[in-house]
Structure formats: C-alpha cells, structure tokens
Design a protein around this ligand. Sequence first.
Ligand code: 5CA
Length: 438
Amino acid sequence: MRLSRYFMPTLREAPSDAQIVSHQLMLRAGMMRQEAAGIYAWLPLGLRVLKKIEQIVREEMNRAGAIEVLMPTLQLADLWRESGRYDDYGEEMLRIRDRHERDLLYGPTAEEVITDIFRSYIKSYKDLPKNLYNIQWKFRDERRPRFGVMRGREFLMKDAYSFDIDEAAARRSYNRMFLAYLNIYARLGLSAIPVRADPGPIGGDMSHEFMILADTGESEVFADRALVEMGAPGPDIDWHGDLEAEVTRRTSLYAASDEMHDPDAFEAMFEDNRMTARGIEVGHIFYFGEKYSKPMGAKVTGPDGVDRFVQMGSYGVGVSRLVAAIIEASHDETGIVWPDSVAPFGVAVVNLRPGDGAVDEVAEQAYRALTAAGLDPLLDDRDDRPGAKFAALDLVGIPWQLIVGPKGLAEGVVEIKRRATGERQSLPLDQALKVIAG
Ligand code: 5CA
C-alpha cells in the first residue's frame, strides 16, 4: 500500500473524552471513528488489525475442531420467548419491529439461534460432538458504553456453541475451548489468565473468564502468580484426546474474578504467590447443560435408543475488544507497538526524499521485494518532513521501518528500525530485507 493513496487520518491530539490510552491511540492512529455512543466505523488501519485478530481466532477454533457458520445479526423474538430469555434480558436488548409487526432483536448472543439450527438437523448421538461458531457483530444496549471499542454497544464477537451427548463429553468440549483460548491469546502476544467466573445471564454452573492484566481493566482479579508464568499449551496437543490433565494443571491454581473470590482460600496461599490485579475480560466460556436444549426441545437419540436433551456450552471471544486490549498491553509514549501477528502492516518503507530518482528507485525496489515476501509493506511516499513521517509511523505502531534516504544511499546502505525496541541498524538493502523477513 502506498501511503500517498491510502486513508490513514492520524491526529496530533486525542479528543479529550477519550479516557484510556487504547481509546486515545485508536483515535489518534485513525483506526476507528465513533458514529454514535458505543457504535464505531472501522477505518482502514483498524479494520486490518480487526481482520488479523479474527483470522487468528478462526485458525485456532478450526484447529480445536470447531466449524464456522454465520448467523444473522437480527433474530426472531419468538426464539427467545421459547428459551424464556426474551423478558429476562431487559434493557440491554435492542428490540426492533418489522413492517409485518413481527418482533425482532439485534442479537446480543446466539444460544437460541444455534439451538434452533441444531434441533432442525441433528437427531442422533452419532453426529456428536459438534461445535459450531461464528464471528459476527453483536449489540448490547450497555448502560455505560465507554473506553471506545473496549465496551461498545455494537461489537464483534466470536461465539462458539458445543453440543454433546452427556456431561463427560461436554466437559471434553469445554476443555478443548479452554486450551484453544490460551493459544489464541498467546498468538496475539498476550498473556491471558483463566479465572473462575460468574456465568451471569448466560447461565450454567461451570464458567471461566480469560483476563488480560492491565491497570485499566474493569474487573478485579485474584490469582496465583504461577498461572501467569505457565503460558499456553501450544498447537500440538492431542485435540481429540484427553485434555483433562492439561486443564486441571491450570484450574487447580487459585484464580477468581471479584464475584467468585474466596478471601479465606486466597489468604491461605503462600504470600509471594498471591497476585491482585486489574483485568480486561477478553473471553468467557460457559457450560450450561440443558438450559437451552430443554425449553427449546433439542434432543438426540442415545446409543440405547432413548432420547435426551443435548448438553451445551458456549464460548465467547471479544474480537473488537481485543484490538483495544492489545494496545493497553503494548504501547509506549510515542504510540502503539503492535505484535507482528496483528500489525496492520508488517513494515513501512520510508522514502525520505520522494522525487529524488535514486531514493525513489531503492524505495520502490524494497517495497516490491517486501510485497513478494508476503510482508504486507506500507510505502511512505508522502511529500512530508522526515520527523512527521517517523512520528506517524511510530504512532500507528508498524513493527519495522526501512528508511531510504540520500545520505545512506551514498554509503550503499539503508536503515532499519525495530519499533518495539527502537534498535537501529544500517545495512545494504539485501541484508536489511533478510533481517526483516526473519
Ligand atoms: N454467549 C456467551 C459466549 S458465546 C457470551 O455472550 N458471553 S459474554 O457475554 O461473556 O461475551 C463474550 C465476550 O464478548 C466477553 O468476554 C467480552 O470479551 C466481549 N464483550 C462482551 N460485551 C462487550 C461489549 N459491550 N463491548 C465489547 N466486547 C464485549
């Protein structure tokens, strides 16, 4: 992408109502724009990051055996009347009436829709287990939308739903998601800890929230430090084998959100291990058995020929919230520091003197080589002061800068700069390209 033809409206100052650093930086970097309270338009740079996060979530869900579908944003109120949640959900639900006077709603979650799909097609234990997910916009008419996309009203969620014949099988499905989530966050450059959680309006009796530790988090977290150091299981575990030990290794350590906190158990821990911190909830998983399958009549025939209600769980990842959470976890005084895995562009080629034939030629050559290597380069070919260019590229957080200027070229070198460390090296172009390509 050539910056001279791109749309990256960076701002020198953040609007004064942006209270937390991720909100300020997303506005200054021109990633998104508020259209109404809690409702955002995604501008090109923000959209690139959002899509990269979405793709990582998708790959890890697929690896764990889940299957992607796409459900509508608008749902029939009648389905929610069947489950009994239509009246319970309250003012957070955006209710809509169509021209035929039918009651619709903008889905805040999709347990009812997926249960309706499941019951229409799946009738036998032989078709289980199944885990169906989608990555779709949700709407919750939050009382206090705030902190930009961190707590929006319209937000992008990955929601998965598991269906099993009995509780033991449902637990295996839960375990797969539990571990897949840790891998997702690790690929996003985040260290997430799973904490015991209150299931809230989704319901059920087993639930974990995944928390990114950050001072601006809305939740209080109490945990054993060892959990933070334990890290993710990695992609190579046996996804269809027994994952219980791998999960128990983590759930046996103390970790709870404030609603589930047990001060006595926490105080009984070795003092050095006790950690109290603020957390951003970037995922939430639930096991709720027959809560939806029973009122909605989603039954399967077991091996004994007897019908039973299918055992369900649901698993959410806050995809749009993650954009902000990653920035909270990774920024400095000059701007965002994207992990390579989600950076909007892998590298920026900075042409320090557009219009100078030799500089233009080397910058173009670098841009072509980086494109061919699949590194998604941005070519800064704008006619602007070098200082202004560097400030903008530092602000938007591109992981590498490859700087081409007349002075360096006279000595046969270009300069490369790593955004995260500020480290600089002067090298001939071919070597510089090798360093960036890793
Ligand atoms: N049906 C279940 C799981 S699929 C569910 O809705 N769970 S949830 O309510 O916990 O939401 C899942 C995730 O969506 C949360 O962990 C959070 O990361 C994200 N999320 C929830 N509300 C918002 C919001 N208002 N703005 C941005 N992200 C949100």
